[in-house]
Design a protein around this ligand. Structure first.
Ligand code: IGP
Length: 267
């Protein structure tokens, strides 16, 4: 056990085990009442960079960002600022999130909601569907290529959109083969926590034509948003910048600032 990702995955394997036991004991997860909402559609039709605004109480790299958060109120403000989707950290151990946060956020808005967790097993996909998630994150570095493809296929078969996260060029081939709905390029290396926006610039050049791609992490303002847009990203995933503010009026203004026009960008 050396890197944080490996440590987290170790915890996830135990959670998966417990989930299977629960399902064997109590039966399958309850049916989902809510229809799915699509992020891919709004990313494709938007004339501006799509902002996926995140609810994250703490992170292993930054510590506590905001201990007490009202996910419904925050989701509403993200929506009012013009975000195309809400991302909710649901991992409890390392991010102090919960599936309850996702439910609360989703019922407060009309936007699609991304379940941000470390999904490595079909049972977590079932749980995500039941909880009302619209998009699920899969991380290329978390599993071998064949598992990535199988899990992506399963998630899509259950009606979810798949955001598949890569960090470097080396993961692009496996990611594309898994036929995700959207590819996310994480500017933060989950092994070292180092953040570099040049990561997105490099990887975006390697993606096949027509690929819907977003840049994740380390976006700290309009300048960075413009940089990601001109590199070819259709959207950005932003957490820390928004979570550093408790004042919801300034959070809303901050989201609006990030929705830079795509037309103005030389591609
Ligand atoms: O807070 P930031 O630097 O704006 O980053 C948001 C998001 O990209 C980050 O939370 C993230 C990207 N991939 C992840 C995987 C797991 C947990 C968290 C993440």
């Amino acid at each position: 056990m050396s890197t944080i990702l490996e440590t987290i995955l170790e915890t996830k394997r135990r959670e998966v085990e417990a989930l299977w036991q629960r399902v064997h004991r109590d039966g399958p997860f309850p049916e989902r009442a809510e229809p799915f909402r699509s992020l891919a559609e709004s990313l494709r039709s938007a004339q501006h960079l799509g902002v996926i605004a995140e609810i994250k109480r703490r992170s292993p790299s930054k510590g506590v960002l905001q201990a007490s958060v009202d996910p419904a109120a925050r989701a509403r403000v993200y929506e009012q600022g013009g975000a195309l989707a809400i991302s909710v950290l649901t991992d409890e151990t390392y991010f102090h999130g919960a599936l309850e946060d996702l439910r609360a956020a989703r019922s407060a808005v009309k936007l699609p909601v991304l379940r941000k967790d470390f999904v490595i097993d079909e049972i977590q996909v079932d749980e995500s569907v039941s909880a009302g998630a619209d998009i699920v994150l899969l991380i290329a570095a978390a599993m071998p290529a064949d598992r990535l493809a199988a899990l992506s296929k399963y998630a899509r078969s259950r009606g979810l959109e798949v955001l598949l996260e890569v960090h470097g060029e080396a993961e692009v081939e496996a990611a594309v083969a898994a036929e995700p709905t959207i590819i996310g390029i994480n500017n933060r290396d989950l092994r070292t926590f180092e953040v570099d926006l040049a990561t997105s610039e490099r990887v975006l050049r390697r993606l096949p034509e027509g690929c819907l791609a977003i840049a994740e992490s380390g976006i700290m303002g309009r300048e960075d948003a413009l940089r990601m847009a001109s590199a070819g990203a259709r959207g950005i995933l932003v957490g820390e910048l928004l979570m550093r503010h408790a004042d919801l009026a300034s959070v809303q203004a901050q989201v609006a600032e990030l929705c830079v026009p795509l037309g103005a960008v030389a591609k």
